[in-house]
Design a protein around this ligand. Structure first.
Ligand code: NAD
Length: 498
């Protein structure tokens, strides 16, 4: 069986750790191959390669660096169909959705083509007599990314693009569940002209992650995944003096006001709640209709839509969503549905028993819909990460916004309304990082930044947009004086510009 190793110094390198994990095909439960679970020594080898390659890459002028990104975009267009199929087969999402995963990553690469502009510093002419002040942004050196299974193209690209454009070398530790596409991305970058060693992929699990967190030559770590791991990585990386931005889990609410267009709302909710089997950090998992009449209308329209969701294998172009990523994920999600029933929530549509004919070993379940979920229930408090939507009824708008504000997570939120004043008030007061107004999944476009609040994010800068260039560069500020220099004598009072 083929074992996917590492990509170090521009070459495929077999692992010698002796540990591997199966890479599955969720749509039929078969084993596609294996991936190496690397060692700390293998990580160190990648760091040494990256450190050596970074010097020349940083010295390459930024326009030349971004020409590699331009070529990469061209090659990715050529590879689009094959990559989307590989992604769908390893992850379980449909091929159309896999194309979206790739596209949202490439949009960040497009913005990174503006790196020469985004890296410009500041300049003040004549800050004092004969004194000019200017700043420059310089790369950090070697930086690393640790990414989750659910967007195996988009999230690595969100990290690799700005890091490389800014002149860093990068080490990617992708999810061990779907490592195929990240590896292809590294190969395609090399083909696009990226020097060997500037982008390395080290496959693995906690051992490689811990080695990244402790390596003195890695200056910054970008993480995306579940909240407990995000918190762990943030603590350990920052304790070791690294920059860290760590994005975690979510419980995204959609507030539905009495004046919302109910057909549009239900369309939006179905896609945002059940697309990709709910395995998106920006999926809507809680619907909050305001007022009994709104709730009753919503439920009446939702039930038939959830019942008629089409679940299918990833290669079925007519499927709304595919299987979950692993058997354990399937069991975990079904366990949450069991818990919701036990806690007294009303299960209106039960997808637990769904079987996909001809794919009996795949990790499928149908859509589930709960009504009368309350804020003290486990299914409300915790991230389920499956095709399960909970309806929490609110009496008033103030109760609805309080739910979103009091929740532990604060990744995304949406309000559906025709009232501009309500929308404006909501956008201003809600304690969540990304807000949609009649937009169910408000993932900001690439030239804005992406990041949640509260337990959805640790660190102070967001992903992509201008923040990414701040995260992957350090600022140097130069105060220069010409031509008199210091020949007037030593100065013992702190200099001021008066
Ligand atoms: P995960 O936390 O299990 O894994 C993420 C990464 O951490 C993987 O590379 C994995 O190998 C590594 N890892 C796992 N356990 C570890 C440990 N004990 N020590 C060190 N490293 C470890 O997450 P996942 O299941 O791959 O992804 C789903 C989660 O990611 C969900 O919670 C989802 O909400 C979240 N997510 C968040 C965002 C965001 O931007 N906020 C985006 C996508 C996914």
């Amino acid at each position: 069986m083929a074992i996917l190793g590492h990509f170090i110094g521009g070459k495929h390198v077999a692992s010698t750790s002796g540990r591997v994990a199966d890479v599955l095909q969720p749509m039929d439960g078969s084993v596609r191959g294996q991936v190496a679970l690397g060692s700390a020594a293998e990580l160190r080898k990648a760091v040494e390669n990256a450190k050596a390659a970074q010097v020349g890459w940083a010295a390459t002028n930024p326009q030349r660096r971004v020409r590699v990104l331009m070529k990469f975009l061209e090659l990715m267009a050529r590879e689009n169909d094959a990559l989307a199929e590989l992604l769908a087969r390893e992850h379980g999402k449909t091929i159309a959705d896999a194309k979206g995963d790739i596209q949202r990553g490439l949009e960040v690469i497009e913005v990174c083509i503006g790196a020469p502009h985004l890296m410009k510093g500041e300049y003040t002419d004549g800050a004092g007599p004969g004194i000019d002040v200017y700043s420059m942004r310089q790369p950090l050196g070697v930086v690393a990314g640790i990414t989750p299974f659910n967007f195996p193209a988009m999230i690595p690209l969100w990290k690799i693009g700005p890091a490389l454009a800014a002149g860093n070398a990068f080490i990617l530790k992708p999810s061990e569940r779907d490592p195929g596409v990240p590896m292809r991305i590294a190969e395609i970058f090399l083909e696009a002209g990226l020097p060997e060693g500037v982008l390395n992929v080290v496959n693995g699990d906690k051992e490689v992650v811990d080695a990244i967190l402790d390596d003195p030559d890695i200056k910054a770590v970008g993480f995306v995944g579940s909240t407990p791991i995000a918190q762990y990585i943030y603590s350990r990386a920052t304790a070791n003096g690294k920059r860290a931005q760590c994005f975690g889990g979510a419980k995204n609410h959609m507030i539905i006001m009495p004046d919302a267009d109910m057909d549009q709302t239900v369309d939006a909710l179905i896609g945002a709640g059940y697309g990709s089997a709910g395995e998106r950090c920006m999926a809507i998992s809680v619907a909050v209709p305001v007022g009994k009449e709104t709730a009753d209308r919503l439920i009446e329209k939702l039930i038939p839509r959830v019942e008629s969701l089409k679940v299918g294998p990833s290669t079925d172009s007519s499927a709304d969503f595919g299987p979950l990523v692993t058997k354990q994920a399937l069991e975990r999600v079904k366990g949450y549905v069991d818990a919701g029933v036990q806690e007294g929530a009303k299960l209106l549509v039960d997808g637990r028993g769904f079987k996909m004919q001809g794919y009996e070993n795949g990790y499928y379940m149908g859509g589930c819909l709960f009504d009368h979920v309350t804020a003290d229930m486990k299914i409300y408090k915790e991230e389920i990460f499956g095709p399960v939507l909970s309806v929490v009824r609110a009496n008033r708008y103030e109760d609805a916004i309080k739910l979103a504000n009091d929740h532990e997570y604060g990744n995304g939120v949406a309000i559906f309304t025709r009232d501009g004043d309500a929308a404006r008030d909501f956008a201003s007061r809600v304690q969540v990082g990304m807000v949609g107004v009649n937009v169910p999944i408000p993932v900001p476009i690439a030239y804005y930044t992406f990041g949640g609040w509260k337990a959805s994010s640790f660190g102070d800068l967001n992903q992509h947009g201008p923040d990414a260039f701040r995260f992957y560069t350090k600022t140097k500020t130069i105060t220069s004086r010409w031509p008199s220099g210091v020949k007037d004598g030593a100065e013992f009072v702190i200099p001021t510009m008066n």
